[in-house]
Design a protein around this ligand. Structure first.
Ligand code: SF4
Length: 367
């Protein structure tokens, strides 16, 4: 695309709307009763004192959701009080994109994305008629910020004929310049589908250099990688994994493919967030270490109380920008809203829908 394309966000909640403080709300009997089911799941992940402060906000957000007919989507890396306290759906990037794509016109007119900015943009791309809110517009992503649409145009000039596969952790502008989108759970399949469709022996894969290296090990398609990295997953080292194994004999190690390949080589299982959850539920391991963002390990631990979790903790600072107070403020003020240029919506949607079609295809149609 040659036209300049942009996305924008309305003024941030911090500037536009007064943030609620926990002192605004009281822990009344009505709050205690309404939030009891959430407390049963969060018990052990939140202290009693913390709960007295957070339960009134959860209650308030639940009331606001009804009033505004809003849906709350939350990424797996969100804090447990968001995932279990207020979210209607919790999932990885692919699951949240599939959910947004399946919304019909009678579903909630307002969607709150508890995650980072590119995730809110993806919802807007797939459901452009909705008001899409992100509780903190500054919630970015080191991967998404590593590349621009202009960079993709230069890559395409450099490698003519090679299709572009963009990880979902990219801006809508970058998706709009891409032929296919992908997530960590379907990256290898999408790369092969793109190479087949374009009749090309090589694919431009961006922006995560580690995911690119991990995908390259699963396919004969030549991968041309960009140099982005996730600031959380790139911090893990093989030495840390070996030290954990020595300290916890028999522990099952699960790693996210955004980790460096040397870390993945030390793991028993490498997969997306949803793949790791499935592995915890089906492997029968009594002790597990999840080499990924640690709020996710907290959420998986809450659902699998019989499994013992070792949690090397690296938090994503962007994901942690989303708080209950900011969610309440976003619903009160219906801001900040994520807006995506119409031309971008159209082009980015094509790349995301191609990915969803590959994901939905039966195995025999993929090979
Ligand atoms: S964990 Fe990494 S990839 Fe995910 S939002 Fe944070 S910086 Fe981006």
């Amino acid at each position: 695309m040659s036209d300049a394309i942009t996305t924008r966000v309305t003024p941030g909640a911090r500037g536009a709307a007064p943030l609620l403080t926990y002192r605004d709300e009281q822990f009344t009997d009505a709050v205690a009763q309404a939030t009891q089911p959430m407390w049963e799941q969060l018990h052990g992940l939140i202290s009693d004192v913390d709960w007295l402060l957070k339960a009134p906000l959860i209650h308030r957000i639940q009331r606001l959701k009804k009033e505004k007919r809003a849906l709350i989507l939350a990424h797996n890396y969100q804090l447990p009080e968001i995932a279990y306290g207020v979210a209607d759906r919790v999932g990885d990037s692919l699951q949240l994109a599939q959910y947004a794509a399946a919304l019909n016109k009678d579903d909630a007119p307002v969607v709150v994305m508890c995650g980072v900015h590119f995730m809110a943009e993806t919802v807007k791309v797939l459901a452009p008629e909705r008001t899409v809110l992100i509780p903190d517009a500054a919630a970015g992503c080191s991967l998404a910020e590593s590349i621009t649409g202009a960079d993709v145009r230069l890559l395409k000039q450099h490698y003519p004929g090679a299709p572009v596969v963009s990880y979902v952790n990219t801006s809508a502008e970058v998706k709009a310049e891409s032929d296919y989108c992908c997530t960590s759970s379907n990256a290898a399949r999408v790369v092969e589908a793109a190479a087949r469709e374009f009749g090309s022996p090589r694919v431009i894969f961006l922006p995560d250099r580690y995911l690119a290296a991990n995908v390259a090990r699963q396919t004969s398609v030549e991968i041309i990688a960009w140099h982005g990295a996730c600031m959380v997953h790139e911090r893990f080292t093989p030495e840390q994994i070996r030290a954990l194994r020595a300290q916890f004999p028999g522990v099952r190690v699960l790693a996210h493919p955004e980790c460096p390949p040397e870390v993945c080589a030390e793991a028993d299982f490498v997969g997306s967030t949803s793949g790791m959850i499935r592995d915890v539920q089906t492997s029968g391991a009594a002790k597990v270490v999840m080499v990924t963002e640690c709020a996710m390990a907290d959420n998986v631990a809450a659902e699998n109380p019989e499994v013992d979790f070792v949690r090397p903790c690296v938090l994503c600072p962007h994901m942690q920008r989303i708080t209950l107070a900011k969610i309440a403020a976003a619903l009160e003020t219906l801001s900040p809203q994520v807006e995506v240029d119409e031309k971008v919506v159209h082009a980015a949607r094509r790349a995301v829908e191609r990915m969803l079609a590959v994901s939905a295809a039966p195995a025999s149609a993929r090979s």
